[in-house]
Design a protein around this ligand. Structure first.
Ligand code: ZN
Length: 433
């Protein structure tokens, strides 16, 4: 009997907490989306942020809980405050292709610009929006603050009617309470949408075959967005193949042959306007191997390669959960993760602040660093040297993981917990923020 009482009390408390989150949302925000388009430009030493355009649309499909709190720092942040800068109304973190490009050779000799699109809940009154970018030492490298007035006559309404055909593939509930993941077709002609829908279902199956997605599947809605392309397939520059596709994507991003991305973020969000979406998975109609995933931006994966299923799951680890790559190269040191800074990604450490990572998941007799044993490849939590492209100075939690190889059937326990935490962050108000 006691047990039931306690469970009931706990449930009641949870309902009050969730309700409190909803009330807080309604106090500051309309049920509408403010879309902010920025241009980030620069070279390897300079960054410039410019506002491009502001749009609005009906419905807000992002999180309605933990509004002022961040779970992960990301490589950049957007903060919405009242106009006096006293109250933080909403926070969002992200990574960008622009910052990745800044580390390439091309950036030493060229100034380039990149589109970036962010979705924010529409404030009820005027607010300040600050967008800032940080470097690998977690120092702010550039920042821009601008005022947004929800009654500004130049806020362009978009998506009054969806421009693209779409349908639910798996609906767990109201989009206000669930995490809405949209699959977008890239390089499929009108007559190929059956193939696209089959590809979406295979990807959902692959995701839900992994914990914690399997046991938390009821927190997600999956949507298929049937954007059709004039031509079939996607562009493969190293093979001299160019295709006219709806998102203008290509392999060879930054001259890396497997790196498949689109730089047309505005086009992507135009295609999605009027559809309930929050996280984006772009499936590319190609057999060529490759993909890419950018935290809180999108993931893109080839749909018809034998390794497409693990790639979709791996890239979703990047784009949805902010997980880092756990693989490494023998000849790279200190490129992305300097020894004096703890990375923000939950599945890597430089041991600067290991207590904030998975120290609580280690057996007390586990040596740090942990020598590889060849046993318990996926399940034994340790501190193994090598990760984040660096063989030295960066440590990963497990010998093998979905974030390390396509052959791994699972996420390691630390990645699994990190994904669980982000799913909770999107769907449950934290009791002790
Ligand atoms: Zn892992």
């Amino acid at each position: 009997m006691m047990k039931w009482h306690r469970m009931y009390a706990l449930l009641l408390l949870l309902m009050i907490v969730v309700r409190a989150g909803a009330q807080q949302f309604d106090a500051y925000f309309e049920d509408c989306t403010l879309r902010v388009d920025y241009i980030f430009s620069g070279d390897n030493r300079h960054q410039q942020i410019s506002v491009d355009e502001l749009c609005c649309s009906k419905g807000w499909f992002g999180r309605r809980v933990n509004l002022g709190h961040l779970l992960l720092r990301g490589n950049g942040q957007i903060v919405m405050t009242d106009t006096l800068g006293r109250d933080t109304l909403y926070r969002h973190s992200f990574s960008t292709l622009f910052q990745e490009w800044q580390t390439t050779e091309e950036a030493t000799r060229l100034w380039r610009s990149f589109e970036n699109v962010f979705l924010l809940p529409m404030p009820r009154t005027a607010v300040n929006v600050t967008v800032s970018l940080t470097d690998t030492h977690n120092r702010v490298t550039s920042s821009l603050t601008h005022r947004v007035n929800p009654r500004d006559i130049l806020l362009r309404p978009v998506g009054r009617e969806a421009q693209t055909r779409w349908r639910y593939l798996r609906r767990s509930g109201d989009s206000r309470e669930k995490i809405d993941v949209a699959f977008v077709a890239e390089g499929y002609r009108k007559g190929e949408m059956r193939v696209f829908l089959r590809d979406c279902r295979e990807s959902i199956e692959a995701l839900l075959a992994h914990e914690p997605f399997r046991s938390m599947a009821d927190r997600f809605n999956f949507i298929a967005v049937m954007a059709s392309s004039p031509e079939s397939g996607v562009s493969i520059p190293h093979a001299g193949e160019w295709r006219n596709t709806v998102l203008g994507s290509n392999f060879d991003t930054f001259y890396s042959d497997r790196y498949l991305t689109t730089l047309r973020l505005k086009r992507l969000h135009d295609v999605l306007a009027g559809i309930p979406y929050e996280h984006i998975i772009i499936l590319a109609n190609t057999e060529n191997y490759g993909g890419g995933g950018i935290y809180n931006s999108y993931l893109m994966s080839a749909a018809h390669n034998t390794r497409s299923r693990p790639v979709v799951v791996h890239e979703f680890g990047h784009s949805f959960a902010g997980l880092a790559d756990e693989y490494y190269y023998d000849d790279q040191y200190e490129t992305q993760y300097p020894a004096d800074t703890e990375p923000w990604e939950p599945n890597l450490t430089t041991l600067v602040d290991f207590g904030s990572k998975w120290a609580d998941m280690l057996e007390s007799d586990q040596p740090v660093p942990t020598p590889p044993s060849g046993r318990d490849l996926y399940t034994e939590v340790g501190v193994y040297e090598g990760g984040g492209y660096q063989s030295r100075g960066v440590f990963r939690p497990s010998q093998e993981c979905r974030m390390k190889t396509n052959e791994s059937p699972v996420f390691c326990p630390v990645c699994e917990r990190a994904i669980r935490r982000i799913i909770d962050y999107y769907t449950e108000e934290r009791r002790n923020p």
